[in-house]
Design a protein around this ligand. Sequence first.
Ligand SMILES: Cc1cc2nc3c(=O)[nH]c(=O)nc-3n(C[C@H](O)[C@H](O)[C@H](O)COP(=O)(O)OP(=O)(O)OC[C@H]3O[C@@H](n4cnc5c(N)ncnc54)[C@H](O)[C@@H]3O)c2cc1C
Length: 326
Amino acid sequence: MTTLAIIGAGIAGRSFIYALAKSKKYFTKIIVFDSDEHSQTCSRRSTAIVAPRGVTTGHSDLGDLIVKGVSTFQDHVINDRPEGVFKIQQYTGAVSKLELFKKRYPDGVEDIQFDSIYLKNKTYMAQEEAFLIDPELYLNWLKDESRDLPIDWRNDFITSIKSHGDQTEITSLNGAKLLVDELVVTAGAYSRFWQPRTFGKPIQGSYFEFYNIDFGPNSFSLTLEGDNIVYHAHSRVMLMGSTSLELGHVLPNELELRAIHGRLVEKLNLPLPHWKTGKIITGLREKASKRRPYLYRENKIFWLGGLYKNGYSLSLHLAKEMVEQL
Ligand SMILES: Cc1cc2nc3c(=O)[nH]c(=O)nc-3n(C[C@H](O)[C@H](O)[C@H](O)COP(=O)(O)OP(=O)(O)OC[C@H]3O[C@@H](n4cnc5c(N)ncnc54)[C@H](O)[C@@H]3O)c2cc1C
């Protein structure tokens, strides 16, 4: 009998479970602990775009890893046809520091209209193939695809982790006390409370969510001078943001969000709703040293985290590596 426990069922935890379901590794019992009430799931509060964003190989380890992550995700979409993932165009534009911007995006063009996006002034804009993710749909799909595994999903919060030689003891808020053979910690920004070797900083990110928006039948993601709009045509939801603040709490900076809204109203010729009609969503992600995600094993515990900007593509890539190492 071999038991496995997983702490955290955000995109990292679910990608790991999905990769496990596709592998030939066998566990008698798998217990998943997750608690959105005690530790908010960042993956449900994310703009969740997978795009290369002008990153190419050969410049840094992190750049190479990001490119591999996007490629793994592209293969996943082609081969597995996941629900909640939509092929879109990522538009990235700039008006200032253009020389630098053009080095990263040499194939852009200057224009005033890009498909259903209308601007007030001519703007240099690059286009890339990308994926828009509806987190609820995709996270549920990953869970459904793992239904053949012997998983006990628990809405419970782990309060202690202790290594005992070949096994690990975990204790939960609801009184569970278990000895498991393998433990996987994919606890996002909350992993920092347990990490023995490396721990990241919590970084808050927030955005407005607007409903009943109609920008036409095609979803898109637009980044203009660092400000973003993500339009979900299937649900007629528009996300606008996002902020990035070194804070460990989820109280958003409304003033900064209003400033982003103001800048986009100035530049875009689109019927943008008043900022007051938007709902503010805030997520807490983990930024590890040099922005590099980590994956390592110590005392029968796997640690996967530091998923800062590319959590939706790097999770599956790293999860596959982790399953191979099990
Ligand atoms: C505003 C914003 C925009 C973003 N945009 C993008 C983007 O466009 N593209 C992209 O790829 N990424 C984006 N990200 C980053 C991405 O969302 C994160 O990298 C990703 O969600 C992190 O996933 P995770 O599984 O590591 O953490 P989480 O999703 O936070 O999951 C961790 C889980 O662990 C659980 N947990 C923690 N501690 C315990 C405990 N002790 N006991 C039980 N359960 C526990 C929590 O309840 C949680 O469900 C964005 C993030 C933010 C905030």
